[in-house]
Design a protein around this ligand. Sequence first.
Ligand code: GLU
Length: 481
Amino acid sequence: MEKENKQIRTRFAPSPTGYLHIGGLRTALYSYLYAKKTGGKFILRIEDTDRERLVEDSVQKIMDTLKDAGLTYDEGPDVGGDYGPYIQSERKNEYLKYARILVEKGAAYYCFCSKERLDSLPDVNGARHYDKHCLHLSKEEVERRIADGEPWVIRQNMPTEGVSSYTDAVYGEIAVKNEELEDNILIKSDGMPTYNFANVIDDHLMGINCVMRGTEYLTSTPKYNLLYDAFGWERPMYVHMPPIMRDAQHKLSKRDGAASYEDLIEKGYLKEAIINYIALLGWSPKNNMEKMTFEQLQELFSLEGINKSPAIFDETKLKWLNGLYIKELPFEKFVEMATPYFEKSKAAGKYDYAKLAKLLQGRVEALTEIPEKINFLEEFGAFDRNLYVNQKQKSDIASAQEVLPKVRETLAGVENWENSVLYQTLVELAGKLGKKNATVLWPTRVAISGKESTPGGATELAELLGKEETLRRLDFSIKLF
Ligand code: GLU
């Protein structure tokens, strides 16, 4: 069959060791996008054979996160499919069968070496290379020792000469000297497969023909290819993705906070913005567009756009993107999403949330900024007079001191306490005083908020605060001079 005609099958194969890390989510996203782009299938497989690292509930969390993020898998543990089981431990009886086939072919062998013997092997740069001690045991001896109940493992028999190579879709030709390949354990003494073995068997049995994963597997892939070759199976295509870094030197790790999807959601980022940003961690479209809807991502994604160089996780950029997504939300939706944050603020229950939302929608980059931004509504006290100084707004301390008593007097006479009326009143006052509008509006805003920046101008804030509170604050600030 022509390779091009084959339907692409990609997979995301997380180990259920906790929350979905950003790196994992990116693997899932790219695998999803590539499958969709090519009319293929995206599969979820849970790799749970390392029993010690399992974290309860994490399979459910992984599935929930993928669905929440819109990365619907075509086959997986809960949705089933024709290539099951989708949980590695459920395939556990198969691995030994396949390992025995390799033993028959001479591509693997039983090893009985004790821990003491392995520890006594020469240490080369911190690693002990197994010396193939058990490779030449006779079949009879192997059978007798197994029957005697001696503990054993099965190791891969690596060639000792020549070079193994393959072409990665991102990194190009990868070649490793065979003498550097360790005779990895394929089946552990408890009968369970190692990752090194299980990933190949699973991928083959599940019809995976496109393996997408992090660069940590780039140089062990030749070992996996030797297994495919030994079985006479067709090798999959490989796409390795660049590491995600916290900065030029350090990989992004769980300790950096914001390392999982849940962390980012909790930090007030919208899922659309998270997915958009994660797509850019190691990939860019030909037209270098940055803000892309999920549909656009599906349309624009290509393997050619994946970069070789490490991607740096830049939260400022995520914030910026998130701000754009927040601005675009339908107003009602924004009110709904912002409400829990209003509830957490000092202004909880005291103001009209729709009015607050109107002020905030264009002014926050993350929902978590909301409480801080509106706390001035309930928090007011002495502030630095230098806040009045602003060249662009033609304001300084002296002009503020001159203007504010007049603002107070004028506002005291306003009956209809509404932003547009208040605004008109202050503009007229500025005209009367022969001053620029800003020379009146800027100090008023400072005087009633005590803050350098606020969501909204003087009269928007005044409307929210109400007449009584606005005048009280003006009196307080005038006395402060
Ligand atoms: N379970 C492996 C991991 O979480 C999967 C690697 C792969 O994609 O083959 O790193």
